[in-house]
Design a binder for this molecule. Structure first.
Ligand SMILES: Cc1cc2nc3c(=O)[nH]c(=O)nc-3n(C[C@H](O)[C@H](O)[C@H](O)COP(=O)(O)OP(=O)(O)OC[C@H]3O[C@@H](n4cnc5c(N)ncnc54)[C@H](O)[C@@H]3O)c2cc1C
Length: 465
């Protein structure tokens, strides 16, 4: 809702950040470090955002952590992987800028925010030609958010209010001049100079999902329930342009019925997906996002991830995987017929599928689905029943390099910024353009850039620049 009657404020501040996930925390910290007073509003009582649920994997090229691991690459190389995955459909300038800023982003998080990040060089996600992921040691977004939140709570210029949904923006003409917030039974009007929309996309809004991403309308939603798309709708009301509204990140490997993410490392290291008949049905390695649709098309919308001991040992470095193990989602057996019996899937089909895959690993035949990275599986075997899920949407408000929200003619909506899922992403259209890490790169990267720009322009206005 846009209120076009400015005035009648309860109080004022310099910057209001809407949303307390990765984008919001990065924006708040960058703006506060730039000297601005910041109020961060979080809708939920507990900020159980997508960032907090994520694997915390942040891609970046040229960081000192990457260099220390002996990996040398440029931002252009990283951007090329992003473009390759999205078929060169993303905004070239924004994509290259985010790839270039990724080094600063990761080093800022480590040095100035105090986030504990390590370099991940034991597996690559689909589409990455180089090791470039940085993550908390336990590979959870929960740890990332905890470190960022601690820094924000300790910053004297940041106030965080939870259980406080923004319910509208206040505009003077097309310029944003305030925010309306609901706190308990109270509605308050806050005057501010800049608003940063960090309230993600619309994956938690079934109506908008049905409208823009119909293939996911009936899929499990695995992200934060607060992400219902109002930031994008407010921007549209103010005349902002939107792009890639059909883009989303899905995932093919969520343990069912447990609802626990099984790292895609189990597939990328050589595991396969089979259906109830024990049959493979697609090249699993193209990407977990687009492969989710193939899983959902199988009988009952489920598949089973099949892998071996080597892969199981690697997966144990993920907190989520250990949780799945403890919950009884992971089955193991010394032979394929025993595994099939445990998983209640067709033993003959599983035996045939694995035999044909093993032949491809030895180069005796081409893989049935054209997979090029087949790796031999040896007993004991492991299996998890999985389904496809919607993680977040990637379409939203068009922004420039600093996260400023743009209109169709290229002019800015004055005082309004967006990042993360609220902004149009760099994943092209549909589910297949998503390269792992695009989510946190656009959330943390645009959050940091928007926060910095907001603080600088407030300062420039104060000194009459
Ligand atoms: C299980 C899972 C694993 C993932 N793993 C990775 C990964 O390893 N690497 C990667 O790059 N990406 C990953 N992603 C994607 C990534 O998590 C998201 O792209 C990213 O976290 C989006 O950040 P955000 O700040 O835009 O949104 P969020 O982190 O979801 O934060 C938005 C916040 O805004 C709040 N909010 C919404 N509306 C309002 C309102 N009106 N007022 C106030 N607050 C509001 C919400 O409650 C929420 O807390 C994963 C996603 C999922 C679901």
């Amino acid at each position: 809702m846009i209120d076009s009657n400015p005035g009648n404020y309860s109080f004022d501040t310099a910057v209001v950040v809407i949303g307390g996930g990765g984008c919001g925390l990065a924006a708040a910290l960058a703006a506060a470090q730039g000297g601005a007073e910041v109020l961060l509003l979080e809708k939920m009582p507990r900020p159980w955002s997508n960032t907090a649920r994520s694997g915390g994997m942040i891609p970046a090229a040229g960081t000192r952590l990457q260099q220390a691991a002996g990996v040398v690459e440029t931002a252009v190389h990283f951007a090329e992987d992003i473009w390759h995955k999205n078929g060169h459909t993303s905004d070239p300038d924004l994509t290259l800028h985010l790839a270039a800023v990724s080094k600063t982003l990761v080093e800022w998080l480590v040095d100035d925010v105090g986030v504990n990040l390590v370099f991940i060089d034991d597996f690559k996600y689909p589409g990455h030609t180089q090791f470039r992921m940085h993550a908390p040691p336990n590979r959870t977004g929960g740890a990332l958010v905890a470190d960022m939140r601690r820094a924000a709570e300790n910053h004297p210029h940041i106030e965080i209010v939870t259980d406080a949904p923004a319910v509208g923006l206040i505009a003077d003409g097309d310029a944003v001049v305030g925010v309306i917030v609901q706190h308990g039974a109270q509605t308050e009007r806050i005057q501010c100079q800049k608003v940063i929309l960090a309230n993600n996309g619309f994956a938690g809004n079934p109506e908008m999902v049905r409208q823009y991403c119909p293939a996911m309308a009936d899929a499990l939603y695995f992200g934060g329930e607060g992400n219902t798309g109002e930031g994008i709708l407010w921007g549209m009301e103010l005349g902002a342009a939107v792009a890639f509204m059909d883009a989303y990140q899905a995932h093919a490997n969520v343990a069912t019925p447990h609802g626990i993410l099984i790292t895609y490392a189990v597939i990328m290291e050589g595991g396969v997906h089979v259906n109830r008949h024990g049959q493979r049905f697609a090249d699993e390695s193209t990407g977990y996002s687009e492969h989710a649709l193939a899983v959902l098309q199988q009988p009952e919308g489920v598949a089973w991830a099949i892998y071996d001991e080597r892969i199981h040992q690697l997966a144990l470095s993920f907190d989520d995987y250990r949780e799945a193990l403890a919950a009884g989602a992971v089955h193991t057996a010394v032979s394929l017929p025993d595994l099939a019996a445990q998983l209640n899937i067709a033993a003959a089909g599983l035996a045939d599928s694995v035999a044909s895959y093993q032949q491809a690993t030895r180069g005796e035949v081409g893989d049935l689905y054209g997979r090029s990275d087949c790796r031999s599986l040896t007993p004991p075997y492991y299996g998890v029943k999985v389904t496809g899920a919607l993680f977040h949407t990637q379409g939203g408000l068009k922004v420039d390099r600093n996260g400023r929200v743009c209109k169709p003619d290229g002019a800015f909506v004055p005082n309004l910024y967006a990042g993360g899922g609220a902004a149009a992403g760099i994943s092209g259209h549909g589910p297949g353009g998503y390269l792992s890490g695009n989510g946190l790169l656009t959330a943390l990267g645009l959050g940091m850039l928007a926060g910095q720009h907001a603080a600088q322009s407030i300062k420039a206005r104060e000194i009459g620049d």
